[in-house]
Design a protein around this ligand. Structure first.
Ligand code: PMP
Length: 365
């Protein structure tokens, strides 16, 4: 740092730990199986690929700034008001709009013990202070959140279903949280995985209808298979959307992103197929892990959390998987040192990862 002054970072910036989420690299393996980032094993809709090819002819043009066509597609598919939708570079950017718009130095932002790693980053970037509340057996504890609210609280992050826990709150619990929060606190319902939870999960939209202080976010990175393109969106009452549009860069989404997302949103058959396959292989993999004597909560997402006896066993299993070219996610940084998060791949991937874990457990005795 000694060669930096007199240039100084803003308060909070140096509290941010550099993001460590990249997948482990494995040298010398012909067929690396990446099950570490909750990506869609079936890829995006063919229609999205075609839309990208067409949009490539427009690369010399600036994109629309209001995302009207994409917002219209989202609104038609989900039965929503397009004027209450905001789109960002991944839902990460929508979460950033929220922290930047509604929190600053001296403010507090509540997140839960096993919450998503971007929350503290965005909180510090806004100069605010993260307040981390405990979960109960890897489930969000609504009372713990409500107890942590102070005059300084500006925002609460709720991931539902949770990442990396895969557990989910009931509608009653989520509504109790929304009802219990003071009106000046924004509740962010982060629904990155909601499409895997239920055929037609609408609680996040209903909350944004019923409460003036709710922002619900969703992503194209997971069930839509577009993680590489970076597109997400949020739904809230118009006054909140109006505020957040002021911090949004006008050209935040490219012509490629916009075209791909719109085509992907309209291809419901692809979404359905991905959802059905995910449910089938998620249940299969969970049962396989339970049969091996591991802990595994019921998952509402596109991954499962395998729970080992202790951290040493989880690490040793991770090494055994890496040796076979399989990358899963260690989640010690999320307060879950004895767990490994495994993305639900296609059938051969699920069988392969279960086989290697089974062999590891057998050798371990
Ligand atoms: N929220 C949660 C809980 C996530 O797991 C992720 C991605 N890992 C995101 C938000 C952000 O996703 P994206 O920016 O790709 O939309």
């Amino acid at each position: 740092m000694s060669d930096l002054p007199p240039i100084q970072p803003q308060p909070g910036i140096m509290e941010i730990a550099l993001y460590q989420g990249g997948a482990a690299k494995i040298a010398g393996h012909d067929s690396v199986l990446k099950l570490s980032s909750n990506e869609n094993p079936y890829g995006p809709s063919e229609k999205a690929r075609e839309a990208v090819a067409r949009a490539a002819h427009q690369m010399h043009r600036y994109p629309n700034t209001d995302h009207a066509s994409l917002r219209q597609a989202i609104a038609e598919v989900h039965g929503l008001d397009p004027d209450r939708i905001i789109c960002g570079v991944g839902s990460d950017e929508v979460l950033q709009f929220a922290t930047q718009s509604f929190a600053g130095p001296g403010d507090e932002i509540i997140m839960t013990e096993h919450g998503f790693s971007m929350y503290p980053i965005l909180t510090h970037a806004a100069g605010a202070t993260p307040v981390v509340v405990p979960e109960t057996e890897r489930r969000v504890n609504v009372d713990a959140i409500l107890d942590a609210v102070s005059d300084k609280t500006r925002l609460v992050f709720l991931t539902n279903p949770g990442n990396p826990t895969s557990t989910m709150l009931t509608e009653d619990e989520v509504r109790r949280l929304a009802t219990g929060l003071p009106g000046h606190v924004l509740l962010v319902h982060d629904g990155a995985y909601t499409e895997f939870a239920d055929d037609d999960f609408r609680l996040d939209f209903a909350l944004a209808d019923d409460f003036a202080n709710v922002l619900s976010t969703r992503t194209f990175s997971k069930i839509y298979g577009l993680g590489g393109l970076r597109i997400g969106w949020g739904y809230a009452r118009r006054p909140l959307i109006d505020v957040m549009n002021r911090v949004r860069q006008p050209f935040n989404l490219s012509v490629i992103q916009l075209a791909a997302a719109e085509a992907a949103m309209r291809d419901r058959a692809h979404v359905e197929r991905c959802r059905t396959e995910n449910v089938k292989w998620r249940d299969w993999l969970r049962n396989a892990l339970l049969d091996l004597g591991l802990g595994c909560d019921e998952s509402h997402a596109n991954f499962v959390l395998a729970r080992f006896a202790d951290e040493a066993t989880a690490s040793a299993c991770n090494e055994a998987l890496l040796a076979e070219g399989i990358i899963v996610r260690k989640v010690a940084g999320y307060g879950l040192p004895n767990c490994l998060r495994i993305t639900i791949g296609d059938e051969p991937s699920c069988r392969r990862v279960a086989h290697v874990i089974g062999r590891f457990m057998a050798e371990r005795g």
